[in-house]
Design a protein around this ligand. Structure first.
Ligand SMILES: Cc1cc2nc3c(=O)[nH]c(=O)nc-3n(C[C@H](O)[C@H](O)[C@H](O)COP(=O)(O)OP(=O)(O)OC[C@H]3O[C@@H](n4cnc5c(N)ncnc54)[C@H](O)[C@@H]3O)c2cc1C
Length: 403
């Protein structure tokens, strides 16, 4: 069997690893000229922890742990007003999980763990022809090739999904937020805490948020700027326009924001995205299937774990089922309940992230101050810890050499 994977992100690289372990050939096509290492910290929760352990990369991930203690909410003057510790909701149930790693570090670790795959960077699939004995992909640069299976692991705006399922607008529910990420430096003393600073609606948009993620001890941070707004019809590939939009939205804001925006103009890892939730009755059609955000985006904090777990299950089913159709059926059956449960967003999760008024920000901070002390507090985060573990991982047999 040979498998074409579109996207060298978390899902695509995770799948390449497991296909290699099962002795299945994989080709990974990635639109960017190199691995996309941008982004802030991401969490590996519940069954996702078991999967990285089975991949043999848990120690490498722990070695790159940034040592963040949790999240701290600050007021207009930068004074801490509330905190939520990483272990207040168990190892996987809080805003910051016990295993948290910069996305860029995880991508590099996953790439090293998938050495056998063939990689085609700076390319993408332009057409798919699905036939009885194979699926032929046409590429922007490489010559056409036929595979047994094509997997769209190419994120929320999946190219494979658009080609295999058509009419793609139907498959993504807009969540009303823009976010962007870049690396920067600060002279603030964050002391190992991720810092959240909220601004009310203004400059023509809704609630606005800055999240600063500390990296080590020398002032290096990953900045995330988010704001609520209807879709503005931006060009997904026009970075200069995206940076100008962010500067406009946060114009006049105080605290550390002007200093960070000054650095944004030079940032070469700038990543800009609009949140959405994928909605599909089935993840597979013919010889094409979807994995990660392409199939199940829209959770709060579970995207990476679901991508890693999905990669494990899909590879295991492809290795053990009689044909791709049976493998896809096994993959959907194995994953559906776990995904459905984790796509439920906790009560108040969205409003609590970017309140539109000063009163709303104050109220959210009061809730955070008290919720960590409440009995039954896990319900407030949607029982994330239990949901993150809500899948029984099968033991798919591996060839002796790769066990
Ligand atoms: C640069 C970047 C930064 C991110 N930062 C954060 C963050 O800070 N916090 C967070 O929670 N989530 C972040 N995410 C999203 C997070 O990685 C995913 O939600 C989650 O890990 C699921 O992973 P995924 O592999 O499905 O998608 P992704 O990690 O988004 O990977 C998709 C990959 O597919 C590639 N791709 C897209 N279209 C095509 C195409 N047509 N052909 C070929 N390749 C294509 C992309 O370049 C990317 O490498 C980020 C994603 C990216 C790409």
């Amino acid at each position: 069997m040979n498998v074409l994977i579109s996207g060298a992100g978390i899902a695509g690289l995770g799948l390449a690893h497991w296909l290699g372990r099962h002795g299945i050939g994989a080709t990974v096509v990635e639109r960017s000229p190199a691995l996309r290492s941008g982004g802030q910290a991401i969490d590996i929760r519940g069954a996702g922890r078991t999967v990285v352990e089975r991949m043999g990369i848990l120690d490498a991930i722990r070695d790159r742990h940034t040592g963040t203690h949790g999240i701290m909410y600050v007021d207009r003057a930068g004074k801490p007003v509330a905190r939520m510790g990483g272990d207040d909701f168990g190892h996987s149930g809080g805003v910051v999980a016990e295993i948290e790693i910069l996305r860029g570090d995880l991508v590099r670790i996953l790439r090293e763990a998938a050495p056998e795959a063939e990689y085609l960077f700076d390319d993408h699939i332009t057409a798919l022809r699905d036939e009885a004995d194979g699926i032929t992909a046409t590429f922007h640069r490489a010559p056409p090739r036929t595979f047994d299976v094509v997997v769209g692991a190419d994120g929320l705006r999946s190219g494979v999904r658009a080609l295999a399922f058509g009419n793609d607008r139907r498959h993504v529910r807009d969540l009303g937020m823009y976010s962007s990420f870049f690396a920067a430096r600060t002279s603030l003393e964050l002391d190992g805490w991720e810092v959240m600073y909220n601004l009310p609606a203004g400059n023509g948009v809704g609630g606005r948020v800055l999240l600063l993620y500390p990296v080590g001890r020398d002032g290096e941070v990953r900045a995330m700027f988010s704001w609520a707004s209807p879709a503005l019809g931006h060009d997904r590939r026009d970075t200069a326009a995206q940076k100008a939009l962010l500067a406009e939205v946060f114009a006049g804001a105080g605290w550390e924001i002007p200093h960070l925006i000054d650095q944004m103009w030079q940032a070469d890892d700038f990543y800009f995205t609009r949140s959405g939730a994928t909605e599909l009755d089935r993840w597979s059609r013919g010889r094409a299937t979807l994995l990660g955000d392409a199939a199940f985006a829209g959770s709060l904090g579970m995207g990476t774990s679901m991508a890693l777990v999905g990669a494990y299950v899909l590879a295991g089913e492809l290795a053990t089922a009689a044909d791709p159709a049976a493998a896809f059926a096994g993959y959907e059956e194995g994953m559906r309940d776990y995904v459905t449960r984790n796509l439920k967003r906790p009560p108040g999760g969205d409003r609590g992230f970017a309140p539109a008024s000063r009163a709303g920000i104050w109220l959210r901070n009061q809730v955070v101050r008290t919720m960590t002390k409440l009995p039954g507090k896990s319900a407030l985060t949607g029982n994330l810890q239990a949901a993150a573990d809500a899948i029984a991982l099968k033991d798919y047999p591996l060839p002796t050499a790769t066990r």
